[in-house]
Design a protein around this ligand. Structure first.
Ligand SMILES: Nc1ncnc2c1ncn2[C@@H]1O[C@H](COP(=O)(O)OP(=O)(O)O)[C@@H](O)[C@H]1O
Ligand SMILES: [Mg+2]
Length: 263
């Protein structure tokens, strides 16, 4: 207990120093002192030099534009809280995952840390399988640092935002590229994204990039088949609205189920 108290005290002192140094000017009122301590740790690990601006503020997480020590832009996703609805639905995604099983569901902080780590690992696993996802750079407690998709702090548009500006050829090409990514995720990374939609795909440098992978599960997860069906349904509905797709939806699902081994 005394060790923990000392640790918390040190965290707070570190957080105060962060404020003193004015490194994270724009956000010091937004975060609790423990999150500030973790940001500071990313600073001392020479991962993150500066947090610049807010990109998105979701229910569970906020995403910021930051700058790394080598001067490149990074995206910093910070999980701040889990609503009780989210805590209920999260169970579906962590079934059978030993990392989560030992955490009591009342320990929300630990659940959040594991969730951030899960996003980092899923990004890594997809990236290694050749999926176009932002390069994961670090995870520290509730914070995931990754490659920034965009230019000078302006994030790339989602497919939902970009669709109106696409001409027909471009839309056909992108639809095919999205299906290629889906195949890589399932057949090579052996994961099911489980929240795939036009909002979680950004169009950057002419190609679709997959984001938001914390909830992705391995293909042998008990709900993988249900999630895969939903992913295919959602993305197919969007793609058929913008392009000619050479394959029908049932066929596509069958092919993916068969390479996932869930058919
Ligand atoms: N690596 C990234 N580069 C640029 N923008 C990003 C990046 N990751 C996320 N974003 C932006 O932040 C938003 C929220 O991120 P996301 O991971 O989808 O979390 P959630 O939808 O759970 O809030 C995205 O829709 C996108 O606009
Ligand atoms: Mg999202």
């Amino acid at each position: 207990m005394r060790r923990r108290a000392r640790w918390l005290k040190r965290e707070r002192e570190e957080a105060e120093r962060v404020k003193d140094r004015d490194l994270f000017k724009i956000v010091d009122e937004v975060f609790d002192s423990i999150t500030l301590g973790h940001l500071y740790r990313l600073y001392s690990r020479k991962v993150l030099r500066e947090l610049k601006g807010s990109i998105s503020s979701g229910k569970e997480s906020k995403v910021f534009w930051g700058v790394s020590w080598d001067g490149s832009d990074v995206a910093v996703k910070i999980y701040l809280s889990f609503t009780s609805d989210f805590r209920k639905s999260i169970k579906k995604y962590i079934l059978g995952d030993p990392r989560f099983e030992e955490i009591p569901s009342s320990n929300i902080r630990r659940l959040i840390y594991e969730w951030a780590r899960k996003e980092y690992r899923n990004l890594k696993r997809m990236r290694e399988a050749g999926v176009r996802v932002p390069k994961p750079m670090a995870v520290e407690a509730n914070i995931v640092v990754m490659e920034f998709l965009g230019e000078k702090g302006y994030r790339a548009p989602s497919l939902a935002e970009a669709r109106a500006a696409l001409d027909k050829d471009e839309a056909d090409r992108i639809a095919r590229a999205v299906l290629d990514q889906l195949e890589l995720i399932v057949c090579r990374a052996r994961l099911v994204h489980a929240d795939l939609s036009e909002y979680n795909i950004l169009l950057w440098r002419g190609e679709p990039w997959i984001i938001d992978v914390s909830q992705a599960v391995p293909v042998d997860h008990p709900n993988a088949r249900e999630f895969l069906e939903r992913d295919v349904r959602n993305i197919y509905r969007f793609l058929e609205g913008i392009a000619e797709i050479g394959v029908d939806e049932d066929r596509l699902l069958e092919e993916l189920e068969s390479c996932a081994g869930v058919a």
